[in-house]
Design a protein around this ligand. Structure first.
Ligand code: NAD
Ligand code: UDX
Length: 465
């Protein structure tokens, strides 16, 4: 079976880039990304490619090449579903904020709505692909909805989790470490697996396309994120020991990373991991383990999150104690708000928690981030409900120019590892600051020796003094 027409439900950080790359690599397949959010679809259709809703290096060029040829963005969901042979579900699966499993389980209401809509709109057989990250065994719930509420047509359900990281999404999609496809064992299911594998085979070597049963595929995604986040929490735990003992966490990372069994990637100590995935997916894993009565397993993984919270809190605590135990009324500059460089995404960014802690201490914060909008920053803070929106606006200001943001500051803190911060004129920044001038580098981005020579008091995660 050759797929000619794809519908992707969800035009977000995964649906948008993933479908743009499929469209680019498969000119004979029509790809339409649909969403209920009209503003988001309008932004994807914008003539100004700087206004796409998502910033990812290389993405605008691909959208420019494919859009209007075989890549489309639309809010006409039913029609697009009906015309497609294969439907990807790529909607958000956030942590539940209500009811049973509140604060832990994945909220599957958007997934269920998609399943019901697919069932209603489909007048021919379809392959339905789980692209969203889902709790293990969700495919059986989707199947039950499709089979019980549909128009008598047949649905094959596959799991095809996405492993892209933001900031490198295009590169990760063009050259993935692997493609994972989970499917059932019946002949029809296997044909569906082959149809999806054939799409990726247009640009991914066959030996990187891995097929498994559905449950292994669903669980592998949660496992991968848990392992990755665990590495960050592990090195962050060591960073605290380094600060107490005079060891340097960068040297420790290098030394252990040269062991081929450990490997060198994902060992950068930081102010704490952020992003929409790690925390949500580990909480989901913890919830699943608890629901099977596997309390030791649940406790083990929960510790990864607790360590991450600790890392963010101890970073802001250290700022307050270093600044003579009070930041009340002091201007503190945040360089970076995004959860990592090369993205405009701020979900679960460590900057949000650090800002909230410092605002509780009555600091005055000034933020500069090269890609994050003013509106986003205030929304992130307001969402915490710690103080009123007006208070947040009066205590935190946003600058379009980094030098203005740093002027008259008592301390600068690096919360995102944007490359441009390295090339700033740190001498002139120093001149315009209150003295002593402090830098709290939450990303190990800047050169300690150079900054100390200029006159800064420099604090780096994981370096003892
Ligand atoms: P997102 O919030 O950026 O996008 C989801 C989109 O789905 C939104 O635009 C929303 O309006 C739309 N949507 C929700 N319900 C809908 C419905 N019923 N019909 C049509 N549209 C609907 O989310 P995301 O970051 O793209 O993540 C999507 C999924 O992919 C999640 O399960 C996430 O865990 C997973 N994932 C994310 C990443 C990442 O880096 N962001 C990486 C791998 C996997
Ligand atoms: C992650 C997974 O990497 C990806 O495979 C999955 O599909 C989605 O979740 P993402 O959250 O986009 O991707 O970015 P990632 O590069 O994993 O970084 C997550 C967070 O960890 C960031 O805040 C980053 O700064 C932090 N991090 C990462 C560290 O603090 N140290 C490291 O060594 C690596």
């Amino acid at each position: 079976m050759k797929i000619k027409n794809i519908c992707c439900i969800g035009a977000g950080y995964v649906g948008g880039p993933t479908m743009a790359v499929i469209a680019k690599q498969c000119p004979n397949i029509k790809v339409t990304v649909v969403d209920i959010n009209q503003a988001r679809i309008d932004a994807w259709n914008s003539d100004d490619f700087n206004k796409l809703p998502i910033f990812e290096p290389g993405l605008a060029e691909i959208v420019k090449e494919a859009r209007g040829k075989n890549l489309f963005f639309s809010t006409n969901i039913d029609k697009t579903i009906d015309e497609a042979d294969m439907i990807f579900i790529s909607v958000n699966t956030p942590t539940k904020t209500y009811g049973k499993g509140k604060g832990m389980a994945a909220d599957l209401k958007y997934i269920e709505l998609c399943a019901r809509q697919i069932a209603k709109a489909s007048k021919q057989n379809k392959i339905v692909v789980e692209k969203s990250t889902l709790p293990v065994r969700t495919a059986s719930a989707i199947k039950s909805i499709l089979d019980n509420t549909g128009n008598g047509v047949q649905f094959q359900i596959l799991s095809n989790p996405e492993f892209l990281a933001e900031g490198t999404a295009v590169q990760d999609l063009l050259d993935p470490d692997r493609i994972l496809i989970g499917g059932g064992s019946s002949e029809k299911d296997q044909k569906a697996v082959d149809a999806l594998a054939d799409i990726y085979a247009n640009w991914v070597p066959k030996d990187k396309i891995l097929t498994t049963n559905v449950w292994s595929s669903e669980l592998s995604k949660l496992t991968a994120n848990a392992f990755l986040a665990q590495r960050v929490s592990s090195i962050n735990a060591m960073s605290e020991i380094c600060e107490k003992t005079g060891a340097d966490v960068r040297e420790v990372s290098k030394a252990i990373g040269m062991d081929s069994r450990i490997g060198s990637k994902f060992l950068n100590a930081s102010v704490g991991f952020g992003g929409s995935c790690f925390q949500k997916d580990i909480l989901n894993l913890v919830y699943i383990a608890k629901s099977y009565g596997l309390n030791e397993v649940a406790d083990y993984w929960e510790q990864v999150i607790l360590m991450n919270e600790h890392q963010k809190n101890r970073f802001s605590d250290n700022m307050v104690s270093t600044l003579y135990n009070t930041v009340s009324g002091k201007k503190i500059t945040f360089l970076g708000w995004a959860f990592k460089k090369d993205t405009n995404d701020t979900r679960e960014s460590a900057a949000i928690k650090v800002a909230d802690n410092l605002l509780n201490e009555q600091a005055k914060i000034s933020v500069y981030d090269p890609k994050v909008s003013e509106e986003r920053i205030y929304t992130d803070l307001d969402y915490l409900n710690t103080r009123s929106s007006d208070e947040n606006k009066s205590l935190l200001t946003i600058n379009k120019d980094p030098y203005d943001a740093c002027k008259d500051s008592h301390a600068i803190t690096i919360l995102t590892e944007w490359d441009e911060f390295k090339s700033y004129d740190w001498k002139s920044i120093y001149k315009n600051m209150q003295k002593p001038a402090f830098v709290f580098d939450g990303r190990g981005l800047l050169n300690k020796k150079e900054l100390e020579e200029i006159g800064f008091v420099y604090y780096n995660i994981g370096t003892g003094n």
